[in-house]
Design a protein around this ligand. Structure first.
Ligand code: T46
Length: 149
C-alpha cells in the first residue's frame, strides 16, 4: 500500500495504490480489510448512471471513513479541509481515495460509464452528514480547539 497524497492533517485523505494481480487472462484486484482498508467495512455502495453535468456530494462526515474507487470510468473529487480545496481525479480501478478526516467533498465530471464503488466504515446514518458548508467550518474550528488540548 503506497500513500501518494496528504491532506492538511496527515490522516485526512490519501490516494492508495492497490496491487494488480494480473495474468495473461486479465486483471484482478483484491482489497482486504486490515491490509488495504484501515477500518472494518460495514457498508458497500456504488454510484453509477450519473447524468451528464450532475455534481454530487456537497457534505462532510463526522465519523465515517471511506475508500472510493472508480472501478470503471472516471470522476473528480473536490476535497476541502475548511481552508483549502484540492481536486483529485479517480480514473484507475487500482487506485482508491481514502477519506478519514473532517473533509467537505464534492464529486463532479463523472464520465458516462463511471462506476464509483465506496467502502464505508459505518452503516448509513443521515446524522453523520454535515450538509451545510458554514456548519462544516464550525465543526473544523471546534475540532482544532479540541486537538490543541
Ligand atoms: C459520500 C459520497 C462519496 C442511502 O439510503 N444509503 C446509503 O448508504 C447512501 C450512501 C445513500 N442513501 C440514500 C440517501 C439519499 O436519499 O441515497 C440517496 C443519495 O445519497 P447522497 O445524496 O448522500 O449521495 P451522494 O452521491 O451525494 O454522496 C454519497 C454518500 O452519501 C456520501 O457518504 O461521501 O457519496
Amino acid at each position: 500500500m503506497k500513500f501518494l497524497l496528504k491532506g492538511k492533517r496527515m490522516e485526512d485523505y490519501k490516494l492508495i495504490d492497490f496491487q494488480i494481480l494480473g495474468d495473461e487472462r486479465g486483471s484482478l484486484i483484491a482489497i482486504e480489510q486490515g491490509y488495504d482498508v484501515p477500518f472494518d467495512i460495514k457498508r458497500v455502495y456504488y454510484i453509477f448512471d450519473t447524468k451528464d453535468g450532475v455534481n454530487r456530494g456537497f457534505h462532510a462526515h463526522i465519523n465515517l471513513k471511506q475508500i472510493c474507487i472508480a472501478v470503471k470510468g472516471s470522476c473528480i473529487f473536490v476535497l476541502d479541509d475548511g481552508y483549502k480545496r484540492e481536486e483529485i481525479k479517480l480514473a484507475n480501478p487500482n487506485q482508491g481515495l481514502l477519506i478519514e478526516g473532517l473533509i467537505w467533498r464534492e464529486m463532479k465530471d463523472f464520465s458516462p460509464n463511471c462506476i464509483l464503488v465506496v467502502l464505508a466504515s459505518e452503516h448509513y446514518s443521515e446524522n453523520d452528514y454535515i450538509r451545510d458548508y458554514n456548519k462544516f467550518k464550525e465543526f473544523v474550528i471546534e475540532k482544532e480547539k479540541t486537538e490543541k488540548y
